[in-house]
Write a protein that binds this ligand. Structure first.
Ligand code: AMP
Ligand code: ZN
Ligand code: FE
Ligand code: FE
Length: 280
């Protein structure tokens, strides 16, 4: 059994279509795959439907929500989301729309900096994907303002560069509550630098933290597992895979040692998060 609970498709900023991601995962021997795109559930259904023909892989439907806390971006994962449920769809739409407004603000800054790109150009590149800085970077490249995606980030889009715009999103505390309200399991993503927020989030219903994260070394992972134990939280994990071709450090699909038990525990936790139909 190989468990990887954190991978992106091209429904957000991943490189591969949902079906392709499932295919790569099977090649790597992944038997439980979490699809966790940024602020969208759009890739889940295709992955689930495609995976149905195989008996060696299970898809765990998830979303990675971008939230705001003390001027930094915190990612909160929602696991076992009911992706066909209207309440879940409405929640994902709300976060996704936040990205749209932010992209427009980034474009206004680029305009003022003398490197204008059309919103339509960015939207065309993003397609159905939840819009993000990588799409803006590609539009800048296409417009000839930069000679590489990396240059777009290094000169304009990185968090300390002039066209950066902060997220105006929900707080992680609110996200944890909203995730529970739609019957999903809230897990704090890659929490190493923000461990001090964990006790507060537990008050709001946090169920687990991402410990077996491919970009953390063994010592760091162990530290987080200990922390999870101490707080009585689930210890989940994943690679944060974005694609084979780029983001080398994020290419580790399946290269994590997540104990299989956590999947069952997550399913048990889902039974307890409460009201699945807030409007019923
Ligand atoms: P966004 O979701 O709009 O904040 O964009 C986040 C994505 O932008 C990340 O997943 C990376 O793909 C990319 N990214 C962020 N910072 C950098 C950077 N300094 N250099 C290259 N890519 C970056
Ligand atoms: Zn990403
Ligand atoms: Fe993340
Ligand atoms: Fe991620």
């Amino acid at each position: 059994m190989r468990v990887d609970l954190h991978a992106h498709t091209n429904a957000s900023d991943g490189e591969h279509a949902p079906e392709e991601l499932v295919r790569i995962a099977r090649e790597r021997g992944v038997t439980v795959l979490g699809i966790a795109d940024h602020d969208t559930i759009a890739g889940i259904e295709r992955a689930v439907n495609f995976a149905k023909q195989f008996d060696d892989i299970e898809i765990i439907p998830a979303v990675e929500f971008s939230t705001d806390w003390e001027k930094r971006e915190i990612h909160v994962l929602a696991y076992l989301v009911d992706y066909l449920d209207p309440a879940t769809i409405a929640l994902a739409d709300k976060f996704r729309e936040g990205r749209l407004g932010r992209a427009q603000k980034i474009l206004a800054k680029l305009d003022a900096l003398g490197v204008p790109v059309e919103f339509d150009a960015v939207a065309a590149i993003a397609g159905d994907a939840a819009i993000g800085r990588p799409h803006v970077a590609r539009a800048m490249l296409a417009a000839g303002h930069v000679t590489s995606i990396q240059e777009a980030f290094d000169k304009y889009l990185a968090s300390d560069k002039p066209a950066y715009v902060e997220y105006e999103s929900a707080s992680p505390h609110q996200a944890v509550e909203m995730i529970r309200a739609v019957g999903a399991v809230p897990i704090l993503a890659h929490p190493l630098e923000v461990t001090r927020i964990i006790p507060e989030l537990i008050q709001h219903g946090l169920v687990g933290i991402e410990c077996y994260y491919a970009q953390y070394n063994e010592h760091e992972q162990r530290e987080l597992v200990d922390l999870a134990k101490q707080y009585g939280l689930l210890a989940t994990g994943g690679s944060d895979f974005h694609g084979l071709g780029r983001m080398g450090h994020m290419s580790a699909l399946g290269k994590v040692d997540v104990p299989i038990e956590v999947v069952e525990k997550m399913k048990q936790a889902k039974e307890k998060v409460g009201n699945k139909k807030p409007n019923a």
